[in-house]
Structures are given as C-alpha cells and as structure tokens.
Ligand binder design. Structure first.
Ligand SMILES: [Zn+2]
Length: 383
C-alpha cells in the first residue's frame, strides 16, 4: 500500500502548528475548534464523508468515513487531537524537522499518529480497493482531561473494531491499567488547643489510617502481576486536614489514587480500603471515617485471538517484515471506553519521546510506517 509521504509530513507539521491545548487544563486556549476545521477539510479532500460531534461548546471531534460496499466489518482509527499545556517548551508549535524527527507539542502524543490515520484512509480511498466495511478516521476531543470526545462518540458511531493509535513504537498493545479515585474523610471533634479532654484529633486518626494504607500498598505490589501491565498500586495523593494551630482538627481528608489491572473491579478495590476503616473503627470508638469512590476508569485488555488483533498482527508482519511484539502499557487510554462499548479494540502508534515533557518529538519514519500498517489492517479487517 503506497502512502503519500508528502501529504503525511505536511499534515503532521500543520497539526503541530495549530494550538489545540485542552481548554479544561488551560482556560482561555482555543481547544479543538481550529484544528477540527483543518482535519475536516483534509479528510474531505481525501474523499471521506465528514461528521462533527460537539458534546460541549467548542469541544469538537471529527469523524471521516470511507464508505464500504456493505456487509463487511467496520474499523475506526482513533486519535485524540487535544494536547497538554506548552509551558516551559522552547518550540511548542514549530513542527520543525531535524534528523528525521518532527518537534513540537503533540507531535508524539499524538498528532503523528493522527496524521498517519489520515494518510492511511487517503491511501485506501485512492487505491480504489473495494472494501465491504467502512473505514473511519476519528480525531477526538479532550482525551487529555475527561475523554469527552470518545465517550460521546461511542454513543453515536457504531463500529466493529478500533485501533487507538497512542504511541507504542509500532508494537501491539493489548492491555493497560485503569484507575480509581477514592476520598477518605476522617472526622474528629474540634476543641480549643488546651482542652485535650474535649478534642478528637482527626489528623492523628488519619495517621493511623495511613499506616494501614501503607501496608496495603506494599501488599498490592507483591501480588501476582498481570503478565502485560504488572501489579496494581496506590498512592496517597492529596492530604488535607486541620482548621488552625490552636484547634483540634475536626476533619482530615485523603484522596487516594488506586491503579487497577485487568481482572480487578472497582468494588473489590474500594472494599479493601473500606475494610481498613472498619478495622480501625472496631478497635477505637473515636475513629470515624467515610470511604467514597468518586471517579473510575476501567482497565483494558483484549485477547490476542481477537479479529482486530489478528488483522493488525498480519499488517505489521507485512509492513515491518517481522512479527509485532504484544505489549502492555501503564497509562489509561480511550481504548477502555471503546472496548466497554462493545468495540473490539487494540492500541498501536508511533515512535518518539517527550509526551507531556518540555521537548517532544516523533520519528517521521514511524509515522509513515504506521500509515502503511493502518491501511493494510483496514484492508484485512474490512475486506
Ligand atoms: Zn495521548
């Protein structure tokens, strides 16, 4: 499958040059508005039908569709078009090419992969192969904060398979971790600092809770690790407590992040933390705590035998001349939302470095290779 390298490179440079910082992370920035206009026009020029989805004002996802003749499996390439902040970067929007690398915010995470998706669909459209299934190119909003884009898309766009193109150095990612945010509030009793007989010190009680939580944290990391993503973990991320120096702390609040691995459930992870609170309360009548989960993102896993994985494996073997490695990754991705919506999903993207860092680049050759891999995978899966 022949990829138009000039189109791919020029598209990538332009994508990097357009500011698409997530406006929830940095208030006042343009968000996906400007980049969505560029992407839509480019997909149209390749012969795709284009739809826009706007779950909140200005938060725009673009979906291009190359319509099949009917009866085949449909496949979505999924990349986010928002980025994190550019503070501290010397050349956030340069898109400069040096030593085979394109530099700038989002080049690696993940405009390189987005350009490859657009080039792959253009190649399939131009080759005039008769696929039965539809090939879709999704450029989604807000992955870097709340995943508004993909969460909205799975309600409106039905597909059989998806390739999320977060960077994997062209290997095949079959699993990633999930996470869970849990708030623990320990309540004490406010009293004047001199009245030890009246006060109950919520911060001291939280100390007891933290000691037990530390035991749990060590226990998690000694559990049998998931073969691709390793063991679960947790950390005591944010701690707040007390009302003043001469006051017994009436309350102490801890926000915990618990990283889950495929096979673990939210209720099981919460129950482990609740049982610490229960045990302390049974030993100490002055210990009062509530445990409240307030945000969850599920882990992701797909079987190597899934049709989408098999198609991608064949495409990579063809393009790279060697079989892909099956890997796991630790950060959460939109793949979990697609999989949960009944879309068989796998992750494969470019090579580079510097996601969320001060210097970010993507290897241009890997962008070309990814485009070729995606085109071959679509021909295989949607035939
Ligand atoms: Zn990303």
């Amino acid at each position: 499958m022949l990829i138009d390298q000039d189109y791919t490179r020029e598209t990538l440079v332009r994508l990097v040059q357009i500011n698409s910082i997530n406006p929830t992370l940095v208030p006042g920035v343009p968000g996906e508005r400007e980049i969505s206009i560029f992407i839509a026009a480019s997909l149209q020029s390749s012969g795709l039908e284009v739809d826009r989805f706007e779950p909140e004002p200005g938060r725009i996802s673009v979906v291009g569709r190359l319509r099949g003749t009917g009866g085949g499996r449909s496949l979505m390439f999924n990349a986010h078009c928002d980025t994190v902040d550019v503070a501290g970067m010397a050349e956030p929007f340069s898109g400069a090419l040096r030593d085979g690398k394109i530099y700038g915010r989002g080049s690696y995470d993940m405009k390189g992969s987005l350009a490859a998706q657009m080039a792959a669909a253009r190649a399939v459209a131009g080759a005039r192969v008769q696929l039965r299934g539809d090939v879709l190119v999704a450029a989604v909003a807000d992955e870097e904060y709340g995943s508004l884009g993909t969460a909205d898309l799975v309600q409106h766009v039905k597909v059989d398979g998806a390739i999320v193109t977060e960077p994997t150095a062209l290997e095949v990612c079959l699993a990633h971790k999930g996470y869970l945010w849990i708030e623990v509030e320990v309540t004490g009793r406010a009293a004047h600092g001199s009245k030890f007989n009246l006060g109950i010190d919520a911060n001291m009680k939280m100390g007891q809770f933290l000691a037990k939580l530390s035991d749990l944290e060590r226990d998690l990391r000694t559990r049998k690790p998931h073969p691709l993503v390793g063991p679960p973990s947790l950390h005591a991320a944010i701690l707040r407590g007390g009302a003043g120096l001469s006051t017994y702390a009436p309350s102490s609040t801890l926000q915990i992040e618990r990283r889950t691995v495929p096979g673990e459930t939210e209720s099981q992870a919460v129950a482990e933390i609740q049982s610490i609170a229960n045990k302390l309360a049974s030993e100490d009548p002055d210990f009062h705590a509530t445990v409240r989960p307030f945000f969850v993102r599920d882990p992701f896993e797909v079987a190597p035998s899934a049709a989408i994985v098999q198609s991608l494996d064949r495409a990579i073997a063809k393009v790279r001349g060697k079989p892909a490695a099956h890997i796991g990754d630790t950060p959460w991705m939109d793949s979990a939302l697609l999989q949960a919506a009944g879309v068989e999903t796998v992750v494969c993207g470019t090579t580079g470095a510097g996601a969320h860092a001060n210097e970010e680049w993507v290897e241009l050759e890997s962008v070309y290779k990814l485009a070729e891999i995606l085109a071959e995978a679509a021909i295989d899966y949607c035939a």
